[in-house]
Design a protein around this ligand. Structure first.
Ligand SMILES: Cc1cc2nc3c(=O)[nH]c(=O)nc-3n(C[C@H](O)[C@H](O)[C@H](O)COP(=O)(O)O)c2cc1C
Length: 389
């Protein structure tokens, strides 16, 4: 039998008896402060920043304070089952790592994508690897063995290249495609605009393109000889404004589960499901894309209702294990960490990333234990979550 996730706190307290305190903070706020100290300003600004005055980014986080789990006593929740079923797989827990296109450069060795895959293996937490990575899909895919990896597709303007990315993800052993709908052009991000900072234009995190014949054939010279031209070609073909026809096409070319990311309206969820997608990913990209003002959490319950029995992945604003539980109680099937795990990676590499994931799982598990919820199905019972006054 595997140890309950909550036992991580006992591990920490027992180590304390030997005079050891944790090398990394257990909470996201302290991690964020440390990450700001260690990251170069251009990476910090890109990760921490969002769209406009960052109102949406902030309400994504504060929305969680408007909900609370109702404690139930005498339930005997000494053992909890956090497992979930998704796309024909049973996962030991409902946490996953959301795609972060610059995760590669958040680790000091610039191989953060590999560290994410290894941390996923070490913790049983699924990871969604971005199209934008320092290491290509073949290398990350080779690490995902016991714990599934999903490949996040930014649909390029060129269909041949899109198809090639899908085929490469299939071959690399990925278990599904997350197709991001809200980022065919970057949002208006003042922190980065004020410093003219866009890592991909400097040739960062575009290894999947630079290792693809379809892309290389478009270049007059190899990227090693003219990296600037390669980066500009990337900018030209990066973003297709995905339409329902494109989703239909994607459905027709792969048997892998498809999950559209960025769906926040129930009608969009229904339309995507009608086209045969396998799940819905409710997210507003952490407030990086549109400063529209509504938190993703507020929009989650309607999307869940529209999705019926299909899984709903959720991210945007998750900062603690309690947030994870609240999103599950509001109907999410799986809950994604975003910026917080980028900060962990920056602070202490793979080791800190594993510590962060274990901290999140422990807090989530202990909330269920103390509030008397033995399973995620219990959390979804009527009355388990209430709007705070
Ligand atoms: C620096 C950064 C890069 C991101 N890159 C991608 C990406 O490549 N693909 C994608 O679908 N989402 C990307 N996202 C969005 C995340 O997947 C996720 O939706 C978001 O981080 C959730 O918000 P939170 O970090 O505030 O919790 C990125 C987010 C950040 C912070």
């Amino acid at each position: 039998m595997t140890m309950p996730y909550g036992n991580f706190q006992l591990e920490i307290y027992l180590a304390g008896l030997r005079g050891e305190v944790p090398r990394y903070p257990v909470d996201a706020e302290s991690l964020e402060r440390k990450a700001e100290q260690v990251l170069p300003p251009w990476i910090w600004s890109y990760v921490a920043g969002g769209c406009g005055d960052e109102h949406t980014q902030r309400v994504n986080v504060s929305a969680f304070t408007k909900w609370g789990i109702v404690p139930r006593m005498c339930v005997g929740a000494e053992e909890r089952d956090l497992s979930v079923e998704m796309f024909g797989m049973t996962l030991p827990n409902p946490l996953f790592l959301a795609p972060i296109g610059v995760i590669g450069i958040c680790s000091q060795d610039f191989h953060g994508d590999l560290a994410v895959a290894r941390a996923a293996e070490a913790t049983g937490v699924a990871a969604v690897q971005s199209t934008l990575s320092m290491d290509p899909v073949e290398d990350t895919g080779a690490i995902h063995q016991q714990t599934p990896g999903l490949f996040q597709l930014y649909m390029p303007k060129d269909r041949e290249l899109a198809l090639s990315f899908v085929r490469r993800a299939e071959k690399a052993g990925y278990k599904g495609i997350v197709v991001t709908l809200d980022t065919w052009t970057p949002g208006w991000r003042p922190r980065d605009l004020n410093t003219s900072n866009f890592p991909q234009l400097r040739g960062m995190c575009i290894s999947n393109y630079l290792t693809d014949e379809n892309f290389l054939n478009k270049l007059a010279k190899p990227p090693a000889e003219d990296p600037q031209a390669a980066a500009l070609m990337w900018a030209l073909i990066f973003g297709k404004s995905v339409t329902w026809d494109d989703l239909e096409w994607l459905r027709s070319v792969t048997d892998m589960p498809i999950v559209p990311k960025g769906i926040c309206h129930p009608d969009d969820a229904r339309r995507a499901l009608d086209l045969g997608v396998d799940g819905i990913y409710c997210s507003n990209h952490g407030g990086r894309q549109a400063n529209g003002g509504l938190s993703a959490l507020e929009l989650l319950p309607d999307v869940v209702a529209a999705a019926g029995d299909k899984p709903v992945l959720f991210d945007s604003g998750v900062r603690s294990g309690s947030d994870v539980i609240k999103a599950l109680a509001l109907g999410a099937t799986a809950v994604g960490l975003g910026r917080t795990y980028a900060y962990a990676l920056a602070v202490g590499g793979e080791d800190a990333l594993v510590h962060h994931i274990r901290s999140m799982l422990a807090e989530a598990d202990l909330l269920m234990a103390i509030d008397g919820y033995k399973s995620i199905a219990d959390l979804r019972r009527d009355g388990a979550i209430r709007r705070a006054i």
